[in-house]
Design a protein. Structure first.
Length: 367
């Protein structure tokens, strides 16, 4: 069964240390979930992802619904067996992906009509079908179907969108059948604190879920707006449930938002940046294609314990990237995922030691 245990809170910030218990294992929080959109963390085998320190990953309901299909995955034993990942999995509802289709989708009170980005075929996803798909996949944490409020949006537009999200949340909870899978509600409301507070009252207090996510952030609004909303709304969420900030983010964003009390993060940044040759380090961001690395025999980061940094030079990684070799994506992704996992380990240690405030200041100062 799903359970969240709050272990410790940093005395000078909102940072929290906790543990999520699921049928497929435990997850230490704060946690960063690598994104496995189509049932794979791009360019890595699951064993490697585990070895890098990932305790939980995120897969995408929209993509798996379209290909290969949730019924096929169910018939093959569920998403864990299908992709050979025996640790916890969170599935999003597909709301953000449908939102990103723009002109290819139409939102109604009943659900979303959209055209597949693969072949243009027409589909309809209701809150009920979103839950059915996720229950078929067998993930440990499911997300309610929501409407991701676009940016910019007027107060009236954001309010209408929030009304839809609240209605869909009620329907998601009503239709849920699985006792072994948790269901998270999503707080929407755009950049309007009053709407976000109303969402907390409706989603958390009046309906109630196993955990709560803040959605509709990091969708084009200035970073200052995103951080302001996260800081203002996170403390309003129930203390005894996990708090998830969807689609965030950069190391700097994670450091700030952990301090507000966020427990869970996901983002494509480490894998996407790796494929594009941008590598994270404790001192600088390395753009590996730059000519300055042509003869550089040093590892990407001398303080990193990943396989890439132990065995390969910047010069070799640049060679692979410039030659468009597949191995470049693998080695770069190994490093970036390990960097994010290592960052979360340091964050949890600082909270445990009661020094998160100092850790945050030192980290942001060095960026």
């Amino acid at each position: 069964m799903f359970q969240f245990k709050l272990r410790k809170k940093d005395p000078s910030t909102g940072a929290r240390l906790g543990k999520i218990c699921t049928p497929h294992g435990e997850v230490n929080t704060p946690v960063f979930m690598p994104v496995a959109t189509q049932g794979t963390v791009k360019s890595l085998i699951p064993e490697t992802v585990r070895e890098l320190g990932a305790e939980m990953i995120l897969t995408n309901t929209y993509h798996l619904y379209l290909r290969p299909g949730h019924e096929i995955i169910k018939g093959l034993g569920g998403i864990h067996r299908f992709m050979n990942w025996n640790s916890p999995i969170l599935t999003d509802s597909g709301g953000f992906q449908v939102y990103s289709l723009g002109a290819l989708r139409k939102i109604t009170s009943e659900g979303v009509i959209f055209q597949s980005h693969i072949d243009g075929s027409s589909h309809f996803i209701s809150p009920e079908l979103a839950i059915e798909i996720q229950e078929s996949l067998g993930s440990d944490i499911m997300m309610c179907l929501d409407e991701c409020t676009p940016y910019p949006a007027s107060f009236e537009e954001a309010e209408k969108s929030l009304d839809l999200t609240i209605n869909w949340a009620k329907r998601c909870k009503t239709i849920k059948k699985s006792d072994s899978q948790a269901l998270f509600g999503i707080i929407q409301g755009g950049i309007y604190p009053d709407l976000r507070r109303r969402a907390v009252e409706e989603i958390c207090m009046n309906i109630g879920f196993d955990g709560y996510a803040q959605g509709g952030l990091s969708v084009g609004e200035p970073k200052e707006e995103m951080l302001h909303i996260a800081e203002a709304i996170t403390p309003l969420l129930p203390v005894d449930k996990p708090r998830y900030l969807m689609g965030v983010g950069t190391p700097e964003d994670i450091i700030s938002c952990v301090g507000y009390g966020i427990d869970m993060f996901d983002c494509v940044i480490p894998t996407r940046c790796a494929r594009n040759g941008l590598l994270f380090t404790n001192h600088e961001k390395v753009v590996i294609k730059h000519a300055r690395y042509r003869n550089d025999d040093a590892p990407v980061d001398s303080s990193c314990d990943c396989y890439t940094c132990k065995n390969y030079s910047r010069a070799y990684l640049r060679h692979l990237y410039m030659a468009k070799e597949i191995l470049a994506m693998t080695l770069n992704t190994v490093h970036n995922i390990r960097y994010f996992m290592h960052l979360m380990e340091h964050i949890r240690t600082a909270i445990e030691d009661g020094t998160y405030s100092e850790f945050k200041k030192d980290f942001l100062r060095n960026q």
